[in-house]
Design a protein. Structure first.
Lengths: 69, 221
């Protein structure tokens, strides 16, 4: 499972992965990431939403296989 | 709030990042809409999955990001410092003009008035019968101001040149005195040497006389 999640994360484009790692794993807020990267916080928020949805699609496609396995 | 709006806001809602009013509206919609509830559950599931795995290794160069942020901060600081220097310079120039030329800038009616020089001293007890002479106001143009400035510069140069000339004269005088003094000392030395030479010549001739003239005659010195 961990390998599949990591793989799904690795398949994300770098800007989305960056937001995901900094926000979800590093626990940074969007304003902090904005100061760090120079990208507006609103852009980062929408990237966060896109990243979550992409992972959802990716993991949903995989879920039935996991249940069968 | 419709389904599309709710879908857009769900990630922020799950983060607790929505204003209370919007969050309440979204919750109302969720109660009534099974599709959006499924979307919410799916996103929660994604977050749980992310929580379930350790921080994955991703190619994010954090040190580069921190360096970029530091460089940005430095650029801002430098810009601010440059602005501050410029401001101080301007203030100093204005102060110098105001203090050095006793400049007074004033807006009166429809004209700008520029005046320089010592301000008129207010008489402590003005005579009640004699009205004070009106203050002379001169409205001058940029060209006139430039002429005045050049005049001041020329005067300053002249003063400098005179000071330099006086300095040279004083130095010449001092050197002349020093040369005279040295000449004097030299003369004295010459005189002393001459005297010693004369004395030595006398001694030599006396010895000579004793050795070669008087001793042959058997006399004692």
């Amino acid at each position: 499972l961990a390998r599949l999640v990591a793989q799904a994360l690795a398949e994300l484009p770098e800007p989305l992965r960056l937001v995901l790692v900094l926000h979800h794993y590093e626990g940074m807020n969007f304003e902090g990431i904005a100061r760090l990267t120079g990208t507006p916080a609103s852009t980062l928020k929408s990237r966060w939403a896109v990243a979550l949805r992409r992972l959802r699609d990716r993991l949903r496609a995989w879920e039935p296989d996991q249940e069968n396995a | 709030m419709n389904c599309s709006q709710v879908t857009d806001q769900l990630p922020a809602f799950l983060d607790g990042d929505l204003p209370p009013g919007e969050a309440a509206q979204l919750e109302d919609h969720l109660k009534a809409c099974p599709a959006c509830r499924r979307e919410q559950a799916a996103l929660r599931q994604v977050q749980r999955l992310l929580d379930a795995v350790p921080t994955p290794r991703v190619e994010v160069d954090l040190s580069r990001l921190y360096q970029q942020a530091a460089a940005l901060q430095q650029r801002r600081l430098r810009r601010w410092r440059r602005g501050a220097y410029a401001g101080f310079g301007l203030a100093a120039a204005v102060l110098l003009l105001a203090v050095g030329l006793r400049l007074e800038v004033r807006l009166e009616g429809h004209q700008a008035v520029l005046r320089w020089g010592t301000p008129p001293v207010a008489a402590p007890t003005p005579a009640p019968t004699v009205p004070e002479p009106p203050v002379q106001l001169v409205a001058i143009s940029d060209a006139q101001l430039r002429v005045v400035r050049e005049l001041i510069h020329a005067l300053a140069k002249d003063v400098n040149a005179r000071a330099l000339a006086e300095d040279v004269q004083a130095r010449d005088e001092w050197q002349r005195q020093r040369i005279a003094h040295l000449q004097d000392q030299l003369n004295r030395l010459q005189w002393q040497t001459d005297r010693r030479l004369t004395a030595a010549e006398q001694d030599v001739s006396a010895l000579y006389r004793y050795e070669f003239v008087l001793s042959k005659k058997g006399a004692t010195p």
